[in-house]
Design a protein around this ligand. Structure first.
Ligand SMILES: *Cc1c(COP(=O)(O)O)cnc(C)c1O
Length: 348
């Protein structure tokens, strides 16, 4: 493979090899998750996370298996009445289906190039679930929406930011639970998820006190107080997360780079004769995953030629499987690589 624009697992951060060797040399992978060495690693990772991603000081970081697991944890540990899911794509819908098997849910589906109508909020729910960056169709929920969102009293806002956390800035003051897997914007090997909770989420989780599963929130929190995890975690990914983030610029600068690279892609698509962005509303266009609409012939051509050149693009996903492809624009992907892709697509 020469160039990788697949939206997860995605191009690894350029320093992964170096940090993997360091992890081996320091023998951190051989210390158990109740050791002082692990306690220090967890604490350091949380600090680096907050510092680099501009997360409020009183939020807490938990390590889980994946973003998919967060869907379950939120339904089981943070929801008593039910959850309201606002979705316009495959991941938001999967989250809703996952929760629906466990608890009562309400669904508010909205169209492409639209935002959910938040006035209809019900009081029967105690959590609102939003997919910040819908990886299947390249749409994003813009920050002003979070600021305007009216929530029933004491309802939490949970956000799946799997393909945006680490690549763009998030409105932390309007988010109670945020989660992501590490194989997207962090450029890490897959196999771990992170969940960040506001003080309100922590106290709600503790008051519900559900403790039936291996990663029930009370267990996560009880263990975090000792800088431990409930099960033996992916220590390599935790080590790499801390190292990669520590090595990266602060999120403000990363977000500016993400925006710049995304603008190159969208400007190119706007001027192209047979390609167009799937999302046409500028404000709703994702900067980290760009979904491109193409007719069947162009799409076949692109798939064939990029395959020959060993350029990996994301296939269309779900409903958009046959008329789109996707381009990841994560921090590990450089501006030069985006320009190379644009030049290549321009020749087709
Ligand atoms: C990739 C992705 C997931 C699933 O991640 P896993 O690591 O497979 O659990 C969930 N939500 C969104 C928005 C994603 O992009």
């Amino acid at each position: 493979m020469k160039l990788n624009f697949y939206p997860g697992p995605s191009k690894l951060d350029e320093s992964i090899q170096e940090f993997m060797l360091l992890a081996l040399n320091e023998r951190i992978l051989e210390y158990n998750h109740r050791s002082t060495q692990f306690h220090e690693l967890y604490q350091k990772t949380e600090n680096t996370f907050k510092e680099k991603l501009d997360i409020p000081d009183d939020y807490k970081l938990y390590f889980i298996s994946s973003a998919t697991e967060a869907w379950e944890i939120i339904a089981q540990s943070f929801t008593q009445k039910g959850s309201l899911h606002m979705h316009n794509g495959a991941f938001g819908e999967k989250w809703r289906n996952c929760a629906h098997k466990l608890i009562g849910t309400e669904s508010l589906e909205f169209g492409l190039n639209e935002l959910p109508q938040s006035e209809v909020l019900l009081t029967m729910i105690d959590i609102i679930c939003l997919t910040h960056n819908e990886t299947s169709n390249g749409s994003v929920i813009p920050t002003p929406f979070f600021k305007k969102l009216k929530t029933p009293e004491q309802a939490l806002i949970a956000v799946d930011a799997t393909s945006s956390l680490g690549g763009v800035e998030l409105p932390w003051n309007h988010i109670d639970i945020c989660f992501a897997s590490v194989q997207k914007c962090f450029g890490l090997p897959s196999g771990m998820g992170v969940m960040i909770c506001s003080p309100e989420a922590v106290s709600k989780g503790l008051s519900i006190d559900e403790d039936d599963y291996y990663n029930s929130f009370t267990k996560l929190e009880r263990n975090r107080l000792k800088w431990e995890t409930s099960f033996t975690p992916n220590i390599l990914d935790i080590y790499l997360l801390q190292s990669v983030l520590n090595n990266r610029k602060p999120i403000g600068e990363i977000a500016t780079e993400t925006k710049g690279k995304a603008a190159l892609l969208y400007n190119f698509l706007d001027s192209h004769h047979s390609l167009a962005p799937l999302i046409t509303e500028h404000e709703l266009q994702s900067e980290t995953v760009v979904a491109v609409r193409a007719n069947e012939k162009t799409l076949t051509d692109i798939i064939e030629k990029t395959y020959q050149e060993e350029i990996l693009l994301g296939k269309g996903y779900g409903k958009w499987e046959n008329d789109t492809f996707r381009i990841a624009n994560f921090p590990a992907i450089s501006k030069e690589e985006i320009i190379q892709l644009i030049l290549f697509l321009n020749e087709i």
